[in-house]
Design a protein. Structure first.
Length: 350
């Protein structure tokens, strides 16, 4: 029942059911995870992060801990230590929580990051990371910490969210390569993403992907707005909708030349605005301090705090949440009105 209420976006009711479940089985992992995320969604961070930490190493909730045999970092300063931060969830979570590596660097001597290959080149460019790699191999380190344990270790509450942006940066050589593609472009430059990643074999993730994604057809009216040039930031199968709808001449597409997130970040640096559904692009743009409009489902991800228009994690973000479950029409209409105003402002500045 708690999970069902979560799916309906009724966080308070979900929390009551999780508490009832835990009154019968205090160690029940699914209820602990549900309660932790419900609390975080309500902004009750301290207790939420604490409960989330209890789910580490459980395959059915937060996932296994591949470094369980190695000493975990307790957050205490140790300038002689080499700390390994490892990415445990998806691209978006890694882009969101990599900001904590800068805080870690102030406490330990060396910081390395284990991450998926598409993120390694981007993370290597960050001045507070000594190394980023895809496999540990023969590398040695003293202590480790999963990336999503860091808010708990740093006792993060709403008032202390590390929100200084940009915390991501682009390698100057990569930036120069991509900047040349935008030379001479006039008008407001807007990037679009309309679908989340496809995660085969994960029924829960696929259900969420369907809820958070839209069809490109819904964004089509925006492409007729004068004074703006639109750029595709969508990858994989959903990008095929560009050709299907015959929009190749109205939606510039460089994604076939993109190798990883370092390239995508360089494209984003050249844009004036990114409009995206709740996927990794929201975190990439936010981490680069780029204006980003996030289209969020009614039963929003915990990090958007029940779709508050502004968000403590990303000062340049604006959240456009569904007013009722499944209502994308209202979201698209509101974004369309806002985009029209922004294009006019941009033209006036120019």
């Amino acid at each position: 029942m708690g999970i069902l209420r979560d799916e309906e976006g009724k966080i308070g009711e979900a929390l009551a059911y999780y508490n009832r479940a835990l009154s019968h089985a205090p160690e029940y992992q699914k209820a602990l995870l549900g309660k932790s995320l419900a609390l975080i969604a309500l902004g009750e961070y301290r207790e939420g992060w604490r409960l989330y930490e209890t789910c580490l190493g459980n395959r059915d909730t937060r996932g296994p801990n591949p470094f369980a045999a190695v000493k975990p970092w307790d957050g205490k300063p140790a300038r002689d230590k080499h700390l390994l931060i490892w990415s445990e969830q998806g691209f978006g979570d890694a882009l969101h929580f990599i900001r904590y590596a800068e805080l870690c660097k102030k406490r330990v001597g060396k910081v390395s990051v284990l991450c998926p290959k598409p993120l390694a080149r981007l993370f290597k460019a960050l001045p507070f990371i000594d190394d980023a790699f895809v496999e540990t191999g023969e590398r040695s380190f003293d202590e480790h910490v999963p990336m999503m344990s860091l808010p708990h270790l740093f006792d993060t509450v709403l008032e202390t969210v590390p929100a200084a942006v940009p915390y991501l940066r682009v390698d100057p050589e990569i930036q120069a390569k991509w900047a040349a593609k935008f030379a001479g472009v006039t008008g407001m430059k807007v990037g679009l993403v309309w679908a989340g990643g496809i995660r085969e074999g994960n029924l829960n993730a696929n259900r969420i992907d369907r809820q958070r994604s839209v069809e490109l057809e819904r964004m089509r009216p925006w492409l007729d707005l004068q004074g703006a040039r639109f750029y595709n930031l969508q990858k994989d199968k959903p990008a095929e909708q560009i050709a299907t709808l015959g929009l190749a001449d109205r939606l510039t597409d460089f994604m076939g030349e993109v190798a990883d997130f370092a390239d995508t970040a360089a494209i984003v640096q050249n844009l004036d605005l990114v409009i995206t559904v709740d996927t990794s692009m929201a975190h990439l743009a936010g981490g680069l301090a780029k204006p980003v409009w996030i289209l969020s489902r009614y039963n929003a991800c915990w990090r958007w705090l029940q779709n508050r228009p502004t968000n403590p994690w990303y000062p340049t973000a604006r959240i456009f949440g569904q007013p009722t479950l499944g209502d994308w029409d209202s979201v698209m209409a509101e974004v369309g009105r806002g985009l029209t105003l922004e294009i006019a402002k941009h033209a006036h500045k120019s």
